[in-house]
Design a binder for this molecule. Structure first.
Ligand code: FES
Length: 117
């Protein structure tokens, strides 16, 4: 991505700043507060993913889970989600996880979150 393209998307209000790229190493999970919810960003196999911070099974904070590649394991009952599309890979969760597009530009990680700020 060129610098100009980065400037274009940063002016798009649907993107919120999450963290600097250097803060998010392989397997790391970081919480980002919006005005309405908590979103977690994580890096798996070099790619940055973003998803809701609360498990769809019960009230568990997914920032305390474990990310291995695209597989996120919930810390409470160990459901596994694919953070690429939010699908459930393994129960007990049945409902998919809400995921968000991310961009990594000029050393910053951004989440495409409509209505956030
Ligand atoms: S709360 Fe996540 S699997 Fe039960």
């Amino acid at each position: 991505m060129t610098h100009n393209e980065g400037s274009d998307f940063v002016s798009d209000k649907s993107y919120i700043y999450a963290c600097s790229s250097s803060e998010l190493e392989e397997g790391d999970l970081i919480e980002c507060e919006t005005n309405t919810k908590t979103i977690v960003v994580g890096r798996g196999e070099g790619t940055v993913y973003a998803f809701d911070g609360i498990c769809t099974h019960e009230h568990s904070e997914l920032v305390d889970g474990e990310l291995d590649g695209t597989c996120l394991t919930c810390p409470l009952h160990f459901a596994c989600f694919d953070v690429g599309d939010g699908s459930v890979l393994e129960g007990p969760a049945e409902d998919p996880l809400q995921v968000y597009q991310t961009l990594e530009v000029d050393g910053s990680v951004w989440i495409n979150y409509e209505g956030g700020e």
